[in-house]
Design a protein around this ligand. Structure first.
Ligand code: SF4
Ligand code: SF4
Length: 274
């Protein structure tokens, strides 16, 4: 009996030893060296993992900042000092870091977008409306106006305006991008704050349908694409701007019959932060 116990213990011990050795070997051979900057950036973050930046947590945010996928100052919870320090660590000076702002790329507010003959009655959440009935508007690409973006914003920086389109209060916006993530129609895009030319439409309907559905729609006529040196392309009936090639002075935006492509309209609302 004793010998069975000894053999069992020796076998278990031996196996444990072999597996531990295997794990140690794998750890050494397969280890992926982490960029030490990630740990340094992480230390400067609040480590509250609140998700306000739209990432899985502070570590995820740190990885993306170090990889250059996020602006170093885009943590909405960090104070200015920490943000500047992160920018310095990752190559910026904290002053020139790119500030991102959400742009609402739908011009089909009340009075411009035509409504369906049948009125939708039900929960107003955009995500639900989008799936259930597609909302009241004839355009199946436009803003649903239910305010999922407003609900997503933790900083009260976005509201639904009189024309039932969202309005961003730039002074309050932290550029976290949660509103953009919440929009089921992909109407909200994050862009560098200084970028000022946009196509305020996402419709890929054919020109006739777009024209019938909304007076502010891009009808894919291609006037803006002419003489743009490739900066504006018509893709599936919609003008798309390539900002790498853009020279705004070259784009004949004044010739756009629906004003779908235009320079940014500054907020109608002013906010005092004092
Ligand atoms: S409006 Fe709100 S949710 Fe959208 S980017 Fe700005 S702070 Fe974030
Ligand atoms: S922008 Fe998107 S999330 Fe916001 S109200 Fe319109 S459809 Fe809803």
């Amino acid at each position: 009996m004793d010998s069975i116990l000894i053999i069992a213990l020796a076998t278990m011990g031996g196996l444990g030893f072999i597996f531990a050795g295997g794990l140690a070997f794998a750890d050494r051979k397969l280890r992926v060296e982490e960029n030490p900057l990630i740990a340094k950036v992480s230390e400067l973050l609040p480590n509250a993992n609140c998700g306000a930046c739209g990432n899985a947590g502070c570590y995820d945010f740190a990885v993306k900042v170090v990889e250059g996928k996020l602006a170093p100052t885009s943590c909405p919870v960090c104070d200015e000092e920490a943000a500047a320090e992160i920018a310095k660590l990752t190559g910026g000076d904290g002053v020139n870091a790119i500030k991102l702002l959400p742009r609402i790329l739908c011009g089909g507010g009340d009075g411009k977008a035509k409504n369906k003959d049948v009125h939708y009655k039900g929960p107003s959440k955009c995500a639900l409306t989008d799936i259930v009935a597609g909302g009241d508007k004839k355009c199946s690409y436009g803003c649903l106006g239910g305010g999922d973006c407003v609900e997503a914003c933790k900083f009260n920086a976005i509201y639904i305006g009189n024309d039932k389109l969202p309005v961003v209060i730039e002074e309050l916006c932290k550029g976290c991008g949660l509103c953009a993530q919440a929009c089921p129609r992909g109407i909200i895009e994050m862009h560098p704050a200084e970028r000022d030319l946009f196509v305020y439409c996402k419709s890929h309907d054919d020109p006739k349908t777009s024209k019938e559905n909304c007076s502010a729609a891009c009808i894919g006529c291609g006037i803006c694409a002419r003489n743009s040196n490739g900066a504006v392309e018509i893709i599936d009936n919609l003008a798309v701007i390539n900002y790498e090639l853009l020279n705004p002075g070259e784009i004949p935006i004044e010739k756009c019959s629906t004003r779908a492509i235009k320079k940014i309209e500054k907020n109608k609302m002013t906010v005092s932060l004092n």
